[in-house]
Design a protein. Structure first.
Length: 150
């Protein structure tokens, strides 16, 4: 699938669409993505800041999607675990960026070359308009080469 098609699909996906989450960029080689949540009345919490679930949701699929797309059909890539640390209240428009380095992909290929699984943590900061960290998200991926591939 082309990155532009994935971007469009994610922007129309109801959990993003109705949460005010907008995918701004997915690089054609699936090595980078940028996403932002806009403050809307329906994604505010009781105290008037971004609902924490929306902040986590905006980061949820990207490490898995980028890694799976970059490694290709010979690999199984699943989300295994995720955590979020709320650093300060989130107000207004924020953003998160994902950058998948070739070195990380080579490490994953090497770790799974014999058919073994590997678990890898990825970190993402959610940043506000002033450049300050609002939340820190960690996602753990399960990666394995498909049997009979390679």
């Amino acid at each position: 699938m082309k990155a532009s098609t994935l971007k469009l699909g994610l922007n129309l996906w109801p959990p993003f669409l109705f949460s005010g989450i907008r995918v701004r960029k997915i690089a054609p080689d699936y090595r980078r993505a940028q996403v932002e949540p806009r403050m809307r009345p329906w994604n505010r919490n009781y105290v008037g800041t971004h609902f924490g679930g929306s902040l986590f949701a905006m980061t949820d699929p990207f490490w898995m999607l980028l890694t799976l797309s970059a490694l290709g059909r010979d690999y199984i890539v699943w989300d295994k675990m995720g955590t979020i640390e709320f650093v300060k209240p989130g107000r207004g428009t924020m953003h998160a960026e994902f950058a998948l380095d070739e070195q990380v992909l080579e490490q994953l290929r090497a770790a799974t070359a014999g058919g073994d699984k590997t678990l890898r943590w990825f970190d993402t900061d959610v940043i506000d308009a002033d450049g300050e960290v609002v939340a820190r998200v960690r996602k753990q991926l399960y990666v394995r080469r498909k049997p009979g591939r390679g």
